[in-house]
Design a binder for this molecule. Structure first.
Ligand SMILES: [Zn+2]
Length: 151
């Protein structure tokens, strides 16, 4: 018999699978999804991946992500792949993408930035997709998305 290891995570009937999350970031993605107490969430950590060294996976039952959530996830996991499952079939599969303009998703880390003093929506421009690095439209400072707190 061949020594083939088959790993099977429970299939979900309806919901979302987020794959290719960099290892160790599953909790941060989960913080964006804010699952309710009754939501069924499956998390896989440190899977081997051809494209990445190690990756994490999240499956969440009964939820389809909105664009706001997808964009927030892109800032933490720029290579994540999202699959929407309906009746056990993948009906949609796409790679997340950091938008050119990021509005109201993350806080500016600059304590002197006006966005931290006034009740207003933050606005950043994508300056480097590889980071991803974002420039605050108000204070003009550039930060890596990694060091920013999500709203
Ligand atoms: Zn700022």
């Amino acid at each position: 018999m061949n020594d083939v290891k088959v790993m099977k995570v429970d299939a979900i009937r309806n919901g979302t699978v987020i794959d290719h999350i960099p290892a160790g970031r599953v909790q941060r993605v989960l913080a964006i999804l804010k699952p309710r107490k009754t939501d069924v969430v499956m998390m896989g950590m440190n899977f081997s991946s051809k494209a990445m060294q190690k990756k994490d996976i999240i499956k969440i039952e009964g939820r389809e992500l909105n664009q706001h959530e997808v964009n927030s996830i892109a800032l933490i996991a720029p290579d994540a792949k999202v699959s929407i499952i309906r009746d056990f079939n993948v009906t949609q599969k796409f790679k997340v993408e950091v938008p050119e303009v990021i509005e109201g998703l993350v806080k500016c880390p600059n304590p002197k930035c006006i966005t931290n003093a006034e009740p207003m929506e933050t606005r950043f421009r994508l300056v480097d997709a590889a980071g991803p690095d974002l420039a605050c439209q108000y204070c003009e400072r550039v930060y890596s998305a990694d060091e920013m707190d999500h709203i």
